[in-house]
Design a protein around this ligand. Structure first.
Ligand SMILES: [Zn+2]
Length: 468
């Protein structure tokens, strides 16, 4: 399917959704239907220009450079200047430092190093280093709100303990690191209300060491991470059967939060909400802002924490209660992952540069960029959202706390059929903190509220719980 046709199809879907909107007639005077797109006019000019700068040639050279270190196994040399994870670590750090130089002092880069005690996949203790570039938000009310985008720079071959074999890791996960680098480069020059962390972690293949450490530290420091994306295996658009799907990226997200307490489970069982956890709202948001003519991409939402038998760097964030999701290419080729580089019966095995589609990785980076920029320009999702259940009624009343941002324009109440995957109906309700949808029974639909700023940037949706 050509790019043009894919975009046209996407637009057609949006139109179809918009046309299906039916608002209770009694609510009509105060409501106006909008398409399902998060930004009513598509990507803003500022976003469009930012996404245009994401460069497939740079992604190609970054992945080639990472492959050139031979192996980036977490237990490989940390001191050899040419081969091993230490050389890769220093090169990534230098790239991020270079981008930070163009940030006007807003981006700072650190090596977050720690010693991982010996375990099943590391017979000896090992120093693990995350490269963390923090682009500080410029709006006082939003600067403590953080979004994280990550890839892992370690690699492996067939034997997860073998730290001397060639492990090019072009797709898994130099592709993700290259996307993070490219995002850091184009976003460092721009200002955002909220803070964005661009991160390359190590120890993923040994058991998510780097991301676990970062997420634990963030939680201990009270960091308000309102969204995390890992980009892991975003380099190939061709399946092992040879099927090409160059305009689709999968986004895995959990519905029921990993950290759900028994009390929260009881509440969820009584009202529904297994498809409305914070990570699922984040994933819906990515679909709304990430599918457009500036990305040329279709975001295939998968309602699952990760693939069967597999995990990724989003999981430690979920374990700390942070919303998180995983980007991965449409169909993996397992002969190209976690494999010794070799030819067997005429088939090439190994995670080699030749199998990477750099233009595809650039498009996935643009989807990330669209999500991150929208999130970091937008207000936070309304806090303390409640749905009134004090009496039996067929009206639906929501209330929420006022947002703190000075550029807040107001709020939108959204709803959908309980069986529908995406928000279907939008009511701009103005700058209020309570709203009643007359003659729309909360028994039949899922309802939420989001904040909108004066430039039209929308927050993710807050899913209300019953007012107590
Ligand atoms: Zn990986």
């Amino acid at each position: 399917m050509s790019k043009v046709r894919r975009v046209a199809l996407s637009a057609g879907l949006v139109l179809a959704v918009g046309a299906a909107v039916a608002i209770p007639s009694s609510a009509a005077p105060t409501t106006r239907a909008r398409s399902a797109g998060n930004h009513p006019h598509g990507p803003s000019p500022a976003l469009r220009s930012m996404l245009r700068e994401i460069d497939a040639d740079r992604i190609q050279s970054d992945i080639a450079k990472l492959v050139s270190f031979g192996t980036r196994h977490t237990l490989s040399s940390q001191t050899d200047p040419n081969r091993g994870i230490g050389a890769a670590r220093d090169w990534i750090f230098d790239q991020l430092q270079g981008y930070a130089a163009a940030s006007g002092g807003r981006m700072t880069v650190q090596k977050q190093a720690f010693v991982q005690p010996a375990g099943p996949r590391n017979p000896t203790p090992v120093t693990v280093t995350n490269l963390v570039a923090t682009l500080r938000g410029t709006q006082a009310e939003s600067a403590n709100r953080v979004y994280v985008v990550s890839g892992h720079y370690d690699s492996r071959c067939t034997d997860v303990l073998n730290f001397t074999c060639d492990a090019p890791g072009a797709d898994d996960d130099a592709s993700g690191v290259a996307a993070v680098l490219e995002l850091a480069r184009v976003m460092a020059k721009r200002q955002f209300d909220a803070t964005i962390v661009f991160m390359a972690v190590a120890g993923e293949e040994q058991n998510l060491f780097g991301s676990t450490f970062f997420a634990q530290q963030a939680k201990a420091a009270g960091m308000d991470v309102e969204g995390m994306f890992t980009n892991d295996i975003i380099g190939s658009s061709t399946s092992d059967k040879g099927r090409r799907d160059p305009f689709t990226v999968r986004l895995f997200s959990e519905g029921v939060p990993t950290t759900e307490t028994p009390a929260q489970a009881a509440l969820r069982q009584s009202i529904g909400g297994e498809n409305d956890g914070p990570s699922r709202q984040l994933a819906r948001y990515v679909k709304e802002v990430g599918e457009n003519s500036a990305t040329g991409m279709h975001v295939r939402l998968v309602w699952r924490r990760d693939r069967y038998l597999r995990g990724g760097d989003q999981i430690p964030f979920l374990q700390q209660g942070y919303p998180a999701a995983r980007f991965t290419e449409p169909a993996e080729n397992f002969a190209h992952q976690h494999q010794d580089v070799r030819v067997e019966n005429g088939q090439q095995f190994g995670d080699l540069l030749q199998f990477v589609d750099f233009a595809y990785t650039a498009r996935v980076a643009r989807v990330n960029g669209a999500a991150l920029a929208n999130l970091a320009w937008a207000p936070t999702a309304p806090k303390n959202a409640k749905i009134d259940t004090t009496q039996l009624t067929n009206d639906t009343t929501l209330k929420w706390d006022p947002n703190p941002e000075p550029d807040l324009a107001g709020y939108e109440v959204v709803w959908r059929e309980s069986t529908a995957p995406l928000w279907e109906h939008t009511i701009p309700v103005g700058n209020v903190t309570t709203f009643t949808i007359p003659d729309l029974s909360k028994d039949n639909v899922q309802v939420g509220v989001r904040a909108v700023d004066r430039d039209g940037y929308r927050s993710p949706v807050a899913f209300p719980v019953p007012a107590s």
